[in-house]
Design a protein. Sequence first.
Length: 541
Amino acid sequence: MQGKMMNQPLIVSSILEHAERYHGDTEIVSQTVEGPIHRYTYAEAHKRSKQAANALLKLGADTGSRIATLAWNNFRHFELYYAISGIGAITHTVNPRLFPEQVSWIVNDAEDQILCFDTSFSTLIESIAPQCPSVKYWIAMTNRDHMPDIRVPNLVCYEDLIASESEEFTWPRLDENSASSLCYTSGTTGNPKGVLYSHRSTLLHALSSALPDAMNLSGRDVVLPVVPMFHVNAWGLPYTAPLVGAKLVFPGDGMDGESLYQLFESEGVTFSAGVPTVWLGVLQHLRNSGSKLSTVERMIVGGAACPPALMQSFRDEYGITIQHAWGMTELSPLGTVNTPKSKHLGLDDEERFKLDIKQGRPPFGIDLKIVDDNGNELPRDGQTSGDLLVRGYWVIDQYYNKDDSPLVDGWFPTGDVANQDKDGYLQITDRSKDVIKSGGEWISSIELENIAMSHAAVSEAAALGLSHDKWDERPLLVVVRKAGQDVSREEILAHYQGKVAKFCIPEDVIFVDEIPHTATGKVSKVTLRKQLSDYRWPAPK
Ligand code: AMP
């Protein structure tokens, strides 16, 4: 017997419809590419999104058309998210930090039909346009006064395009399993792979992300996503914020500590999310300027392991909780968030901190397991590490344009190595390709990096396993010193005494001016390995 309840498809356009009807006067504030701060409301954003939908249809966009965006976090990008997915086309967010060849490779793989770009990327657009034959229109996301002077066929001005369009549009009742957006993985190994989200997965992800033990968002929040809309849909915040009616603040390209601080204070931001480097920048600004954040209550850190020292500094110096989260492009991206249970509230500071630095536990909708090399599930004892597998409502089934499935017995192998405790709190100990295996024992590169980062003179550190005649592999620590600080190899090595087993202490330490990063802000161990290809271990004493 079937239930006798309405069968309304879970589609992205319903979020903005809801935001207009019930939070119509809530603001969206943007740092624009043109300079000034722009502000309007969910009601106005919905109207302009409908104008953009009418315009895209006239340009020939159809169900399933891929329409790319190459843009910062701002109001026009937000409108396009909804306009494109709302008409049944696919919002393909492209990461502008990639090399031009990678951008054109991705645009060609996706066969994008239209590409919408912020004018900061005009030079990049001019250079890739001849290599992207599928793109029929290039839409500059600006007004007539700020149109770039570039030679690109069918260059269109976004504001002109939508100005004459009707504000009336009825969003089609799409199949909830149809594709809504596309995002490519950062591709540290091999070519990037496309992850094709559905309306249903996006909506369920947004609903679960808002839960109290996940991002805990409500109509009383002011949300500033630092994480870019071109990287896993800004962790879903452009969907979750309107779904709960939170005010949205978009930082544009101003992701340095000072610019973020100004926006946090002027807009009364209560919640923000970003990668560790962003929070290091904010921390540095607070320390240098002697300022305090007066409205921020919660910050989510993810995308890479949060150095415990960073979490501690925000807590002790500024009374702000940084919540650790873990996710992946293939997971839309939310996998886990760290929130305590009531039984943890009585823990002493040290025990509580041990819990807080873990990556957290999954919200409803995600299931995790840790397995050994033969696929057997390992005990949830908070100790035993193995390969992390995941399944759930917003987890990938198949990559875009690929026939084979990445799944193993219905689970997605994440490539991360982790342990889980009896309450399900996850602790990522490594990437399977980054683990260091020394004399048959595993050494966690993340642990070595965290210890290095807790040294007062260290700004950034990366641990690499390099081949070693005797031990198979040994850890090499690469360190960037803080400006004006001096610290020696011996002092760094001494810092490890008593913190890890002797065999885990790095074999050697080298100092560099800069550690290479991928386009999504992670340490690029591939590039670092290439840079260190001539490195040789010191002769044994
Ligand atoms: P991406 O798909 O670019 O978001 O990268 C996902 C990968 O980033 C994961 O598989 C992890 O290796 C890493 N990652 C994300 N969040 C964390 C975290 N909180 N701690 C450690 N690694 C993380």
